[in-house]
Design a protein around this ligand. Structure first.
Ligand code: FE2
Ligand code: FE2
Length: 335
């Protein structure tokens, strides 16, 4: 049944045959080297000292900080997101440099999520699923986290589905909004945090996110000039989707996509106030709005060089191409 006189025919979407291409995308190869040099170890953070600091805070402040890290973890639970991208990138035989760099992001994101876990559990062991709330606010804080994660679960389904819907170039360019958000938030928090261990992790994570963001620029340069108008329009839509998804942590959740209890935001801001008082470095709503607008405009400037229209972002008073009907299935950005 096999004709061994010929070379084998490989099944579609297979990680075989192997190919090693060291010539495509030298910029990505440089980022890959940098990723290996810039690795750091979250075990080197003095978590015991952080626990000691936590013991000097009020219960509500500790909860506020734990709450923030748990909400952030919705977005930093990105090791599976990039792990999935890594599998798909091998199956679709995209350049070796891209695949290699995506493997480093997978590792980075696992570390970020471990930081979320270590930080939240140092502050309040068992939050949100294994603690006893003492009042309504505490109960609602845990509820908020679980509903944020629930939306993360909706995102995860849409994300996996997106690989059947979009071409890889569109998927990859849609990563930009998330990475722009990530670099922004971590550099802001690194400046604002008063607790040394938090300052340290924010600066370290920011270093990783700067690399991820740089990669998305390379992806734009490599892919956008080859795209036709309809694909470019998909990129526009994905920028809007990225804005919607990431606004929860960057600013405030927009009406689209998010399914949240009616008093979610009220509770969210209360918990953020507590976290800020404790020294976490959470920016105020005005500071967030300013930073998010700047990040969004930076993405706009980057894509417009290649003739990609920027979506209208009424939430930030940014005019642009009207994008209607960004629904659950469209949300595929990564952090
Ligand atoms: Fe991250
Ligand atoms: Fe990232």
């Amino acid at each position: 049944m096999y004709d061994y006189s010929k070379d084998p025919e490989f099944p579609p979407e297979s990680i075989y045959p192997l190919d090693w291409d060291f010539d495509t995308s030298p910029q990505t190869w440089r980022l890959y080297s940098r990723a290996k040099r810039e690795q750091w170890d979250e075990d080197q953070i003095d978590w015991a000292k952080l626990e000691e600091i936590a013991s000097g805070l009020e219960r509500k402040q500790r909860l506020g900080v734990a709450y923030w890290w748990c909400v952030l973890a919705t977005f930093d639970n990105a090791a599976p997101v990039f792990g999935y991208a890594m599998v798909k990138s091998h199956e679709r035989h995209i350049p070796t440099a891209y695949r290699s760099f995506i493997s480093t992001i997978t590792f980075d994101e696992n570390r970020h999520c471990m930081v979320c876990g270590r930080a939240s559990q140092c502050m309040f062991k068992g939050f949100p699923r294994g603690f006893k709330p003492q009042d309504e606010l505490e109960r609602k804080a845990a509820r908020n986290v679980l509903w944020t994660w629930y939306n993360g679960a909706r995102y995860w389904n849409a994300y996996k589905e997106a690989y059947n819907k979009y071409t890889f170039d569109v998927l990859l360019t849609s990563f930009m909004m998330g990475e722009a958000a990530a670099t922004t938030i971590f550099s802001e928090m690194g400046d604002g945090a008063k607790i040394p261990q938090f300052k340290q992790v924010f600066r370290q994570i920011s270093l990783d996110e700067t690399r991820h963001y740089a990669f998305t620029h390379v992806l734009l340069q490599d892919n956008l000039p080859k795209m036709d108008e309809s694909r470019k329009m998909m990129v526009t839509k994905q920028i809007r989707a990225g804005f919607i998804f990431l606004s929860l942590i960057m600013y405030r959740p927009p009406k689209d996509f998010w399914k949240l209890p009616h008093d979610y935001e009220e509770v969210h801001f209360k918990m953020e106030d507590l976290a800020r008082d404790a020294g976490l470095g959470v920016p105020s709503l005005e500071e967030k709005e300013k930073a998010w607008r700047e990040a969004v405009l930076r993405v706009g400037a980057a894509v417009s060089k290649y003739g990609v229209k920027f979506p209208e972002i009424p939430e930030l008073g940014i005019s642009g191409e009207e994008v209607e009907g960004v629904s659950e299935e469209d949300v595929i950005p990564v952090f």
